[in-house]
Design a protein around this ligand. Structure first.
Ligand SMILES: NC(=O)c1ccc[n+]([C@@H]2O[C@H](COP(=O)([O-])OP(=O)(O)OC[C@H]3O[C@@H](n4cnc5c(N)ncnc54)[C@H](O)[C@@H]3O)[C@@H](O)[C@H]2O)c1
Length: 283
């Protein structure tokens, strides 16, 4: 028996990385999945590999009509919608605040914040009348701390966290739960995309990122898309039926702070300086 037997799900950003891993896990656990992504080539390929329990629909999550159509396509093909995973994302701007163009800022907010808003709204229109459903939004550790990503991306991810809270409050009493997942440093193509690479070239950087991110957190390996997919699976399933309005961090402990093993040298150095300064003041 699968943990999502018979559940009908829409996953955005499902052609790659976290969304792809989640689509694969959901299908393996018995769900029917509509994969929605702007990357039609990869999205179709992944859906074809998953077989008849999966469908692909070309979707730009920043466009109202596309998101509504993706949800409608899931309802029409599978007979309903039980799980909405609003996950599509772009890397956002990398420059200092003076250098961020309005167009780039709007694009980042459009994909992340508007995309999640549109996904929650479309899902709520189906789930509230049926009195059940689970909506999961991808936020980030960048919603909690500076310098884990750029300004526009971090602001969008923090706003997604808050939109998760406010909609969880409204929809919870109608049987619809809304939660967020906040990944840490996960080896996906998003870093290659930040470097300006196209989709296929960005995929070829994932092994490099697995090594590059291996020292980012107390758990000393890079996050893998399946680490996030497992948390999303739990939030989607009925075993989390009393969890609502949460932002679940899956980051290997990244947000606990800089590594303790890096601390003694710095603090020993400071203590020695303190003793020297006291001796200097004495003499
Ligand atoms: N990888 C990490 O370290 C990390 C950390 C925190 C949060 N996240 C978030 O996880 C989510 C998934 O990212 P990922 O790491 O799997 O990256 P990824 O680049 O592998 O996948 C992102 C997917 O989103 C799709 N996409 C981009 N713009 C879209 C749009 N307008 N409409 C529909 N689809 C669109 C891309 O085509 C791609 O398939 C994103 O929201 C990202 O911000 C990632």
């Amino acid at each position: 028996m699968g943990r999502l037997d018979g559940k009908r799900a829409v996953i955005t950003g499902a052609a790659s990385g976290i969304g792809e891993a989640t689509a694969r896990l959901f299908v393996a656990e018995g769900a029917l999945v509509l994969l929605a992504d702007v990357d039609t080539e990869r999205g179709k390929k992944v859906a074809a590999e998953l077989g008849e329990r999966a469908l692909f629909r070309s979707t730009d999550v920043s466009l109202e009509g596309d998101v509504d159509a993706a949800v409608a396509a899931c309802v029409s093909a599978f007979g309903g919608l039980d799980v909405m995973f609003n996950n599509a994302g772009v890397p956002g701007s990398t420059g200092g605040i003076e250098d961020i163009g309005v167009g780039a800022f709007d694009h980042t907010l459009g994909v992340h914040l508007r995309g999640v808003f549109l996904g929650i709204r479309a899902a709520a229109r189906v789930m509230r009348p049926q009195g059940a459903g689970s909506i999961i939004n991808t936020s980030s550790v960048a919603a909690f701390r500076a310098n884990l990503a750029g300004h526009d991306y971090s602001a969008a991810k923090a706003a997604i966290r808050q939109l998760t809270l406010t909609t969880a409050n409204e929809l919870g009493e109608h049987g619809v739960r809304v939660n967020a997942v906040c990944p840490g440093a996960v080896a996906t193509s998003i870093f290659g995309r930040a470097a300006g690479l196209d989709s296929e070239a960005a995929q070829r950087t994932v092994d490099f990122m697995t090594v590059a991110l291996s020292d980012a957190a107390p758990i000393r390996r890079a996050g893998q898309p399946t680490d996030i997919a497992e948390a999303v699976l739990w939030l989607a399933s009925d075993t989390s039926s009393y969890v609502n309005g949460q932002a679940i961090v899956v980051d290997g402990g990244l947000l606990t702070g800089s590594l303790r093993r890096n601390r003694p040298a710095a603090s020993d150095g400071l203590l020695a300086q303190l003793r020297q300064s006291a001796e200097a003041a004495d003499s």
